[in-house]
Write a protein that binds this ligand. Structure first.
Ligand code: GDP
Length: 444
């Protein structure tokens, strides 16, 4: 999967990591090569250009770390941009609707649509314990209907009995009704494909969609067709409306152009990828795993992540020093809140710091979950720098303004101020002991 792209990017970045220092010209030269490699991989021009521009921007603004070479940092930045380009969050089929949930499959003939329909049915049956019904709507090709029936028998998935003479929207309605009566959780509608994108196919798909009102409309596209797959997705989305993409034949795709451009060009998530002919050869599309496969430099990425975490620890130590001296202001508190947020709430680093466990309890008791963290940060962001440094000046009118700015209420601001006083007092008290509250941190 994506072998040729992976090899090229690997070569370019490997050379960078071997250098001690990097000049801007070095980075520019490497990024030109990266862009060329992306274009050769059939990534859309705009996407490739935006990709290298963003890497360049991040590379200029990044904090230099002692324990990491500049080249390694660039690897990490390229990795993060790859994840972003691929779609950041992993999205899978959404079954969040009243059963039977209708999933409509569209795509060109030969793209792997029928096989993928059976793959999805099998996955939902075996992994999610769903009762699934499949129906073929390809009235012009009896062979296609028969193919789905055969796949269904092999995988022990029910298929809708074939009734001659019905039109696709009628079959769709019959399938949904049968699914409802039969107590099925999911009904998969395999629509007819053509060898090329034509008006008739689009019209038929649009009609089926109107008739069936599916919860998901998934385009099955052959990743080997590169930019054609992306253009196809765009056309289908405009005419029919898509909720997601399934890329097939990713097992044979050395280039990765379709996978890399799809999200940026169409703004539709790739939900699944086909990686072989067998019915279990279907995987979730996990952007960070795919980025890892493309770059193949997971150890460097991990190294940089660890170093960055250490920098956060240094920041925490500086904040602790301020706390100890009783200079813990709202800007410091914001940094703390943000760190908690970055660490997924109250776990991670903070939990490991001696003394912090106590604070952690206090915060947990106050019911400080993720959404509250976000709100607290929003409140602090709505203050002026002067207010952050000196909360005492926050009288009613200022509170009103801040509440409006952060979409909260003066009471929420009072709560935040109370918590700030609590934190500052506790830190000061702890700091009066022999060792600072975060003294153990240096050993991490
Ligand atoms: P349809 O005309 O779009 O319904 O396409 P089919 O489902 O009949 O698939 C066409 C061919 O592609 C079959 O031989 C499938 O086994 C094969 N195929 C489908 N998905 C994949 C995949 O992810 N990887 C590989 N290697 N072959 C696939």
């Amino acid at each position: 999967m994506f072998d040729s792209l992976s090899e090229k990017l690997g070569g370019i970045l490997d050379r960078l990591t071997r250098r001690g220092a990097l000049t801007e010209a070095d980075v520019d030269a490497a990024l030109r090569e990266v862009r060329r490699a992306l274009l050769e991989a059939d990534v859309a021009l705009d996407v490739a250009r935006a990709f290298t521009d963003r890497v360049k921007k991040d590379a200029v603004g990044v904090t230099v770390m002692k324990s990491v070479t500049p080249g390694q940092l660039v690897v990490k930045i390229v990795h993060d941009e790859l994840v972003k380009t691929l779609g950041s969050d992993s999205q899978t089929i959404d079954l969040n609707a009243a059963p039977p949930v209708a999933i409509m499959m569209v795509g060109l003939q030969g793209s792997g649509k029928t096989t993928t329909t059976a793959k999805i049915a099998k996955r939902l049956t075996t992994r999610q314990n769903k009762k699934v019904l499949m129906a073929s709507l390809d009235v012009r090709r009896p062979a296609a209907m028969e193919q789905l029936a055969v796949l269904g028998r092999d995988a022990e998935i029910d298929t809708l009995p074939i009734v001659a003479g019905q039109l696709p929207p009628q079959i769709a309605k019959r399938a949904i009704e049968a699914a409802r009566l039969g107590g099925y959780d999911v009904v998969l509608l395999d629509t007819a494909g053509r060898t090329t994108l034509d008006e008739e196919m689009m019209n038929e798909a649009a009609e089926v969609k109107r008739a069936a009102d599916p919860h998901e409309v998934l385009l099955v596209a052959d990743s080997l067709t590169g930019q054609d797959a992306v253009n196809l997705a765009r056309a289908f989305d405009e005419r029919v409306g898509l909720t997601g993409i399934v890329l097939t034949r990713v097992d044979g795709d050395g280039r990765g152009g379709a996978a890399l451009s799809m999200r940026a060009v169409t703004n539709k998530p790739i939900k699944l990828i086909g990686v072989g002919e067998k019915l279990d050869a279907l995987e979730e599309f996990d952007p960070s795993r795919i980025a890892g496969r493309i770059l193949g430099m997971g150890d460097i990425v991990a190294l940089v992540e660890k170093a960055a975490a250490n920098i956060d620890a240094e920041k925490a130590m500086r904040a602790a020093e301020k706390m100890r001296k009783g200079q813990f202001d709202l800007a410091d508190m914001r940094e703390q809140l943000q760190q908690m947020q970055a660490m997924g709430g109250l776990g991670g680093l903070m939990g490991m710091m001696p003394g912090i466990a106590k604070m952690k309890n206090q915060i947990a008791n106050a019911g400080l979950d993720e959404s509250i963290l976000k709100r607290q940060i929003a409140i602090i962001d709505s203050m002026t720098p002067q207010e952050r440094r000196n909360p005492d000046i926050l009288k009613a009118s200022r509170k009103k303004r801040i509440a409006a700015g952060s979409g909260t209420s003066p009471e929420a601001i009072n709560k935040l101020l109370k918590m700030h006083r609590g934190m500052a007092d506790m830190m000061k008290a702890m700091g009066q002991g022999k060792r600072g509250p975060l003294a153990g941190l240096g050993q991490m």
